[in-house]
Design a protein around this ligand. Structure first.
Ligand code: WT7
Length: 649
């Protein structure tokens, strides 16, 4: 059957009838209020959160620096736990967790449920343990853990005592951990012996040991026992999680923190080689994630919500831990891979826990689509009410497959556009109000003044492509790049005057719907994960055989984009399959497996402009179409293109 990509899908009427925002009129009216009078709007929204002390001003805006809820005292952990318990949700499941190990038929070997009261007890115990280890408000704590409840517990414990966390995705390598430890000047690491991934043990503790050897500022490593794999032990530095919590009290009052107290750092790739520590603070991020989770996923008390992201990314921070818990719903958390033991696992989990709201990435959807319908078809997915996607543009064919085979043609789909820097969802349909079009993230959230402009900052006409900017501050926005004010200004606030620049290209159609095209900078999205070309290039040139490297992203059917590397070699190094494999592995060990180039091509020279800039456009053209036909008049040495063409044939 051909997919009708031009179709519009109105919100199902039964869904709309029970939704928080029920119609386009209601959306438009509320949106207009939020834009006309943002401070009144955000004051009203914040009234549903708990504050120990109220703010004196909603917003203090000294561009590009925002302070939200100035003067207020609050605590994120209190809002996720104590507030929910006060509201009578204490015995309600907060987290239903499933580990990866399973029987051949997918029956899990490890399962755990924590109610809101139990979760608070665990968080308080661990928070007291952190204090007993000498950790104080303001200390940056690095977390490198598998997807187990203790990861959420550790984050909430950090938030409870005001120690900002820096979570590092478990797929990153020792070098990546070391860089982040150093940048954050973090002296404490929380990790596990290992984590399960596709039936294998990821040696988390060994990677931490190696990273600690590279930086030398780590004083304490707290180790959770998860896989019981063998690990090295350093008595003066390492302690077991189970030992430090053994005698800890379940009573740990939440610190009354300043609204702008740093809640966390999360490192992400940009257009230079060094990852940047995106800085988020307490009150604004808290209010923004609570509000967007409620609206976009249309959460109600009986929802069983599952976001399949890893907590190591912003999606997991905002829409596994902080957003859903502040809404008091049941959160499903799964440790492992979507295809372990086979491709039915996700759908078995949906069936087992009667998931109602399901949030995943286009890459996963395309991978499932490729496997055919037999896996989802064997599961009862009738509990699902809403589906979401995030991380990269979703192609209409994958959208319609998701709608039909997972959503049974009854579930609205929310295609949510946002970024590590934005803290929360910025552009997305409200599922009871906004008709959806496959491939479009549709319209801005409340308070978000998004626009499409040309390089001079002038708004472009409907259906013209341009740059995506945001013209007003919003509560969830980043407050800076850790330790690098110049980079914060340059990266986000200098491209377009008086506006936040997202780095994305976009088109807005005649209905005002946003169609995200993708990054316009040197950032590649592989399976929705963000990689900087400069980071991969510097990993490649750190290999002894490599003289120069240029990295580009090119379209891939499953992962959205894939990495291609063009490499020139030093003196006597021999190109060939062996070296290609060695270099791919070298990138994986330096950065992490996600950064591994799909192809490595050896070349005698890289096409450069007369000013020495590598013309990635030409390489992209070559990788995508197998040809170079575009304008090459600015090229410094025309023979390099001739040689690239030759090596192609
Ligand atoms: C970049 C941000 C936000 C959490 C996951 C990624 C791309 C994100 C969409 C979407 C098209 C999207 C953008 C953005 N992106 N969501 N729904 N449609 N593109 O966070 O790693 O900070 O990456 O992801 O290019 O700038 P991130």
């Amino acid at each position: 059957m051909a997919t009708d990509v031009s179709a519009t899908y109105p919100p199902p009427s039964d869904f709309a009838a029970q939704a928080h925002v029920k119609s386009m009129e209601q959306y438009r009216e509320q949106y207009q209020q939020s834009i006309d009078n943002p401070e009144a709007y955000w004051a009203e929204v914040a009234a549903d959160s708990h504050f120990f002390e109220k703010w004196s001003r909603v917003l203090e805006w000294n561009p590009p620096f925002a302070k939200w809820y100035v003067g207020a005292k609050t605590n994120m952990s209190y809002n996720c736990l104590d507030l929910q318990i006060e509201r009578g949700r204490g015995d309600h499941p907060a987290i239903i967790w499933e580990g990866e190990p399973a029987e051949a038929d997918g029956t899990p070997k490890d399962q755990r449920t924590l109610t809101y009261s139990q979760l608070r007890d665990e968080v308080c115990k661990f928070a007291n343990a952190l204090k007993a280890q000498g950790i104080k408000k303001g200390d940056r704590i690095t977390l490198y853990m598998p997807m187990v409840p203790e990861l959420a517990i550790a984050m909430l414990a950090c938030a409870r005592i005001g120690a900002p966390h820096s979570v590092i995705f478990g797929g990153f390598s020792a070098q990546a951990i070391a860089d982040r430890l150093q940048d954050a000047d973090s002296h404490v690491v929380i990790t596990a012996d290992g984590g399960w991934r596709r039936g294998n043990v990821v040696p988390l503790k060994a990677n931490v040991d190696e990273a600690c050897g590279m930086v030398g500022n780590v004083k304490k490593v707290i180790v959770l026992k998860r896989c019981e794999n063998e690990i090295a032990w350093h008595d003066e530095r390492d302690v077991w999680w189970h030992d430090v919590v053994a005698d800890a009290s379940t009573d740990c009052p939440a610190e009354q923190l300043d609204a702008e107290h740093m809640l966390f750092l999360l490192y992400t790739s940009g257009s230079t080689g060094k990852p940047k520590g995106i800085l988020h603070t307490t009150a604004g991020y808290m209010v923004y994630t609570r509000h967007t989770t409620k609206n976009v996923f249309d959460l109600h008390d009986d929802d069983v919500y599952w976001c399949t992201a890893d907590i190591g990314w912003i999606t997991g921070h905002s829409y596994i831990v902080y957003g859903p818990l502040q809404n008091g719903v049941t959160n499903v958390m799964y440790e492992g891979a979507p295809n372990f033991p086979d491709w039915a696992r996700f759908w078995q989990i949906c069936q087992r826990y009667k998931v109602t709201k399901f949030y995943t990435a286009p890459t996963a959807i395309r991978a499932f689509m490729k496997q055919g319908e037999s896996f989802c078809g064997q599961c009862d997915l009738s509990s699902l009410k809403l589906l979401g996607t995030v991380g990269e543009p979703i192609n209409p064919a994958a959208w319609t497959w998701y709608h039909k085979h997972i959503g049974g043609e009854r579930c609205p789909i929310v295609d949510t556009w946002w970024q590590t820097e934005t803290g929360g969802i910025m552009i997305s349909p409200l599922p009871g109000a906004v008709p959806t079009k496959p491939g479009s993230a549709t319209l801005p959230q409340f308070g978000i003044d998004a626009a499409v402009v040309d390089a001079q900052g002038n708004e472009v006409d409907a259906n013209e492509t341009g740059l995506l900017i945001v013209r007003k501050p919003w509560p969830g926005m980043l407050r800076g790049v850790y330790g690098d004010e110049a980079r914060y200004r340059k990266q986000y606030w200098s491209t377009i005057e008086n506006a936040y620049f997202t780095g994305d290209g976009v088109r807005r159609d005649e209905d005002g719907y946003f169609w995200i095209i993708g990054r316009v900078d040197d950032v590649i999205k592989v399976s929705g994960h963000r990689l900087g070309t400069a980071e991969i290039e510097s990993a490649l040139v750190s290999h002894e055989s490599v003289a120069e490297a240029a990295v580009i992203g090119y379209p891939d059917e499953i992962t959205g984009e894939a990495v291609a590397a063009f490499v020139t070699l030093k003196g006597d190094a021999q190109p060939g399959n062996d070296l290609e494999e060695t270099l791919r592995k070298h990138v994986a060990t330096t950065l992490g497996a996600i950064a591994k180039p799909k192809t490595v091509r050896f070349t005698e020279g890289l096409p450069k402009t007369r000013s020495g800039k590598i013309m990635r456009r030409l390489l992209r053209e070559l990788a995508t179409t197998g040809r170079i036909e575009g304008d090459i008049t600015t090229l410094e040495d025309l023979t390099t293109v001739a040689k690239l063409r030759e090596s192609e044939s």
